[in-house]
Ligand binder design. Structure first.
Ligand SMILES: Nc1ncnc2c1ncn2[C@@H]1O[C@H](COP(=O)(O)OP(=O)(O)OP(=O)(O)O)[C@@H](O)[C@H]1O
Ligand SMILES: Cc1ncc(COP(=O)(O)O)c(N)n1
Length: 236
C-alpha cells in the first residue's frame, strides 16, 4: 500500500519538477490504510518539505506501526535536490526518532551528523551518533564510497558489516530505495534485523548486477531478475 507524498517529474538523468501533496491529503491517505488493513512494516522515502514530514510523523505517532524503515532521501543520484535544506531540523526532530531503522547513504549521514565520513570507523561513529539522536538502529550505506560496497549496521549495541564487491555500472538509480524496501519487506515477514538486512543486501546486489541500461542517465536496478530467471522469461 502506498501513500503519495509528492509527484515527481523525473527520469534517468534529471528531476524536472515536483509537486508536493497537501499535508491533509497525506494524512487521509495514511488513515485510509490504517483503518482498513493490518500493517506489518512501513518504508518511508523522499519527504521533500517540513509540512509533509510533520503530516507523516503525526499519523505514525497516532497509529504506532512496527518495523518503520526510513530512507532519508536528500539528493538524487543525478545531483538534483529532493529535500528542501530548511527541512533538515524537522527530519531530525520529527522523523528520525520514529525509525526502527534509518538507512542514510554517506552524504546523508554526514549532513545529519555534521561528521566527515572517510573510513569504516567514521561510518561507525556516524551510525552511533544517529542512534543517540533517536533512531533505534542505523544502516550507513557505502554505495558512494570507493572500493567494496560496504554497509555498516548499528543495532544500538553492536556493529554488523555487510560487504559485496563493487559492480562497475552507472545504472544504480534507486539502489537505496530498493534496499530499504527489501529490508522493510523482510521485517514484515518476521525476520530479525540482521537477517533482514543480509537478505536485502543480496537482493539489491543482484538487482544492481542485472540493472537495466535504459535511458540517457543512470538506469534502474532490476527488481525482478530472480523472478524472470525462475520462469517469467524476458530477455534484456
Ligand atoms: N556499484 C555498486 N556495486 C555494488 N553495490 C552497490 C553499488 N552502488 C551501491 N551499492 C549498494 O547499494 C545499496 C544502496 O546504497 P547507496 O549508498 O547507493 O544508497 P543511496 O545513495 O541511498 O541510493 P539511492 O539514493 O540511489 O536510492 C548499498 O548496499 C550499497 O552498498
Ligand atoms: C522520488 C525519488 N525518490 C528517491 C530518489 C533517490 O534515488 P537516486 O539517488 O537513485 O536518484 C529519487 N531519485 N527520486
Amino acid at each position: 500500500m502506498s501513500v503519495i507524498v509528492s509527484v515527481v517529474a523525473e527520469n534517468t538523468f534529471r528531476v524536472i519538477d515536483m509537486q508536493d501533496i497537501e499535508p491533509e491529503i497525506i494524512e487521509k491517505q495514511i488513515d485510509a490504510i490504517f483503518e482498513d488493513i493490518d500493517t506489518d512494516a512501513v518504508k518511508i522515502g523522499m519527504l521533500s518539505q517540513s509540512t509533509s514530514m510533520k503530516a507523516v510523523a503525526h499519523k505514525l505517532r497516532e497509529y504506532g506501526p512496527q518495523n518503520i524503515v526510513i530512507d532519508p532521501v536528500m539528493i538524487a543520484k543525478n545531483g538534483c535536490p529532493l529535500m528542501q535544506p530548511d527541512s533538515m531540523d524537522t527530519l531530525i526532530e520529527e522523523i528520525l526518532p520514529l525509525a526502527d531503522l534509518l538507512t542514510p547513504n554517506i552524504p546523508e549521514a554526514e549532513r545529519i551528523t555534521g561528521l566527515s565520513i572517510q573510513t569504516s570507523e567514521d561510518m561507525e561513529h556516524a551510525a552511533e551518533k544517529i542512534a543517540k539522536m533517536g533512531a533505534k538502529a542505523v544502516l550507513v550505506k557505502g554505495g558512494h564510497a570507493k572500493g567494496e560496497a560496504l554497509d555498516i549496521l548499528f543495532n544500538g549495541e553492536h556493529f554488523t558489516y555487510f560487504s559485496e564487491e563493487r559492480i562497475n555500472t552507472k545504472n544504480t538509480h534507486g539502489t537505496g530505495c530498493t534496499y530499504s524496501s527489501a529490508i522493510a519487506s523482510n521485517l514484515a515477514l518476521g525476520l530479525d534485523l540482521e537477517e533482514a538486512v543480509k537478505r536485502a543486501k543480496d537482493y539489491v546486489t543482484t538487482a544492481i548486477r542485472h540493472s537495466l541500461p535504459i535511458g540517457k542517465g543512470c538506469g534502474p536496478t532490476h527488481h525482478f531478475y530472480n523472478l524472470y530467471q525462475n520462469g517469467l522469461q524476458r530477455e534484456y
